[in-house]
Design a protein around this ligand. Structure first.
Ligand code: HEC
Length: 248
């Protein structure tokens, strides 16, 4: 038996059937949006689902400069030799200095990338000069050039999720669940969301992995809480009222 004193009567359940079906349809649309957001994150990481959701993938997606990210993800197959990739990434991590550029990195980029990103570049991404490579080696959101504004797009998805989470929180607050469930599943993803937007701007510039690991945890909380909240609200819309006999 479910302990009745932990429950409050659901106001969602008292709504008329057409309204509840409408709300359920809305939930279905939103959960599809959740799937699309996760899919986009995976696709942008160009990898398997689980490795695309790892802390390293989170760093690549959010904190790494476009040149580093592209070499590990969308443009990875153009530079199949992992040693060459390491050379360029090391150059980026050591400050993308001009002197070091005219050693190996410039040769690798010329050989692997300039057929498409040369004088008449594809996707407006030019990798012809040191200046081009430097611009793409700066961190996104910190003055670097990011042709696809992927950072902002990803967080627009997350942000719309968060807005809706707030609405669902309101719905949950009036429903049958105890307050700690409402606060736990409703409020913590919203807090994580706000934190992750801030961390996207400042966390990436923290020394060491702390910034992006916290960012990864926040994103995980938002992504993970979403289906749980949807399931709770969906259940609340259609399940029977608790304790209608003795307790009300
Ligand atoms: C065969 C052509 C081709 C080659 C070779 C190529 N690219 Fe691209 N690149 C593209 C096209 C097309 C796009 C736009 C579509 C996309 O994002 O997949 C693009 C987009 C990009 C972008 C911006 C979008 C993103 O994914 O971040 C970067 C940065 C980039 N390439 C870097 C590189 C680097 C570095 C290399 C060499 C290792 C390289 N490209 C080799 C065709 C190419």
């Amino acid at each position: 038996m479910v302990p009745v004193n932990l429950m409050v009567p659901s106001t969602l359940r008292t709504l008329g059937l057409p309204v509840r079906i409408g709300l359920a349809a809305l939930l279905a649309v939103l959960v599809t949006g959740w799937g699309v957001s996760v899919h986009l994150a995976v696709e942008r990481s160009g990898d398997e689902v689980w490795s695309a959701l790892s802390p390293e993938a989170c760093r690549l997606r959010t904190c790494a400069p476009p040149l580093e990210r592209a070499m590990h993800t969308t443009m990875g197959h153009h530079i199949p030799d992992s040693r060459e990739r390491r050379v360029v990434v090391t150059w980026i991590h050591h400050g993308a200095r001009m002197n070091d550029y005219y050693g190996e990195p410039s040769g690798i980029l010329a050989r692997r990338c300039q057929t498409c990103h040369g004088a008449s570049p594809q996707a407006s991404v030019r990798l012809l000069t040191y200046g081009d490579a430097l611009a793409l080696s700066q961190a996104p959101g910190l003055g670097g050039r990011d042709p696809y504004h992927r950072l902002r797009h990803l967080h627009v998805h997350l942000f719309s999720l968060g807005t809706v989470l707030c609405l669902l929180l309101l719905g949950l607050a009036y429903s049958r669940y105890p307050r700690w469930v409402v606060l736990g599943f409703g409020l913590s993803p919203v807090v994580a969301l706000v934190l992750s937007v801030g961390l996207t701007l400042w966390g990436c510039s923290m020394p060491g992995p702390l910034g992006y690991v916290v960012l990864w945890l926040c994103e995980g909380l938002v992504i993970g809480a979403w289906p749980v909240i949807t399931a709770l609200v969906a259940w609340d819309l259609f399940a029977a009222q608790p304790g209608t006999d003795a307790n009300s």
